[in-house]
Design a protein around this ligand. Structure first.
Ligand code: FAD
Length: 380
């Protein structure tokens, strides 16, 4: 099973037809059996099996900007969130440090889909079984978690990270913060029974929710810390580390071939703060195997850094962005006396320039960003 081909075919199929109705239908959750109104690509995009910029350019080529504007914007939400967190890494650090003090029974009921709120309990089962939830459902889910079940957004965000195949430090943390009302301060997302009824085609009605809760308050300020990036165009070391969340190799094969050693890494649960469920771990590992099969230059799958560093201490690393892999690397850097050179995609570096303000500002710059990312020059 070639997952890169499956992802590619799935994008192609979505672009050939369904994308045209995306804007009109995307907010409906018709249930796990009918997901034709959305692309269902997030588990591939979050590992960059499908690269955001390629997806945007392919969408433009197939449908033009006007017909697919909303879909393009949604892909850029992900790029924006990543850049936003990159500038404010303390948001991720705070989330990691947070001590969960939720009522144990309430938390256990939520984890097990035993709250008595039918839609929510069904979504818990769906999340555990399919490792995916529709975007609108994620919003309702998070809102019910925080404002009706009175649980902390952090415990909910950790629960999502555990079960979502597309679990991503930026989109997930900031998505939960946005619902809670701390991302856009004072503006929270309150799930309403009528809205759930309408956008689930009446599958759920008269859901008893707290529809009047106040937003969560956050007293901490997260200053912008402009990241220092060295644009990467040259190989510096003989070994390259690629984490599981940036596996796109289009245009990079020749570059990889310049390395003596290429290591593909997916951290195990004992190397992570937020543990992930088996199907999610299995999915990540299957992506590494697909990569290994598809890229002609040999690579080694391992997460044992002692083995990697036995011979050498200097590496090039495809920059994994703020998140678990970067934390782990930073953690062992001193201990193993590592000298790490990060590789940054030029498109990522360009987009980060527009992530210091709100998404509205980013959105205004999408035409400029598109100019910058096309034609699809293979980057290093
Ligand atoms: C509380 C909460 C947590 C979330 N956690 C994650 C997460 O961990 N990982 C993740 O990839 N997305 C997350 N999202 C965003 C969004 O829900 C998913 O990306 C989307 O549902 C994936 O389904 P799709 O591929 O069919 O999306 P489509 O609607 O087909 O969108 C196409 C692509 O655009 C991107 N995208 C769409 N909407 C968003 C969004 N709101 N934010 C960021 N990117 C978006 C995704 O890469 C997606 O695959 C979260 C949203 C919320 C409200």
């Amino acid at each position: 099973m070639n997952l890169f081909k499956i992802a590619d075919d799935q994008l192609e199929e979505f672009l050939s037809e369904n994308v045209k109705k995306y804007e009109m239908n995307r907010n409906y959750d018709w249930g796990p059996e009918n997901r034709t109104n959305v692309s269902n690509l997030s588990h591939f995009i979050s590992h960059r099996v499908v690269l955001e910029y390629d997806a945007v350019l392919r969408t433009l080529n197939r449908q033009g900007y006007k017909a697919a504007e909303k879909f393009i914007q949604e892909i850029f939400w992900r790029v924006y969130w990543k850049g936003w967190l990159e500038m404010r890494p303390t948001v991720w650090e705070d989330f990691k440090r947070f001590e969960i003090k939720d009522d144990e029974q309430d938390l256990s009921n939520a984890y097990n889909g035993d709250t008595g709120i039918d839609c929510f309990d069904d979504w818990v089962r769906e999340l555990r079984e399919t490792n995916y939830l529709h975007n609108h459902t994620r919003m309702w889910f998070a809102s019910i978690w925080i404002f009706t079940l009175n649980l902390s957004w952090q415990s909910g965000a950790a629960f999502f990270l555990k079960h979502l195949k597309d679990g991503d430090a930026a989109s997930n943390t900031l998505g939960w913060r946005w619902v809670a009302g701390i991302q856009t301060k004072g503006k929270h997302y309150l799930a309403k029974s009528w809205n759930i009824g309408k956008f689930t085609n009446g599958r759920y009605a008269n859901v008893r929710l707290n529809e009047n809760a106040d937003p969560i308050e956050e007293r901490v300020n997260h200053p912008i810390i402009p990241p220092e990036y060295a644009p990467f165009n040259t190989k510096r070391n003989d070994s390259l580390i690629i984490f599981e969340n940036d596996l796109n190799f289009a245009g990079r094969e020749d570059f990889y071939a310049e390395y003596k050693n290429v290591y593909l890494v997916c951290l195990d649960n004992d190397q992570r703060k937020f543990k992930i469920a088996n199907p999610v771990m299995e999915f990540k590992k299957s992506l590494l195997h697909s990569f290994q099969n598809d890229v002609t230059h040999p690579s080694v799958i391992t997460n044992n850094f002692n083995l990697i560093t036995e011979k050498e201490k200097s590496f090039d690393v495809v920059y994994p962005f703020v998140g678990e892999s970067l934390d782990y690397l930073n953690g062992i850097k001193k201990e193993l006396a590592l000298d790490i050179s990060f590789l940054h995609r030029r498109q990522d570096l360009f987009c980060i320039n527009f992530c210091n303000k709100g998404f509205f500002n980013f959105k205004q710059n999408i035409p400029r960003i598109i100019e910058e990312i096309k034609p699809p020059i293979p980057d290093r």
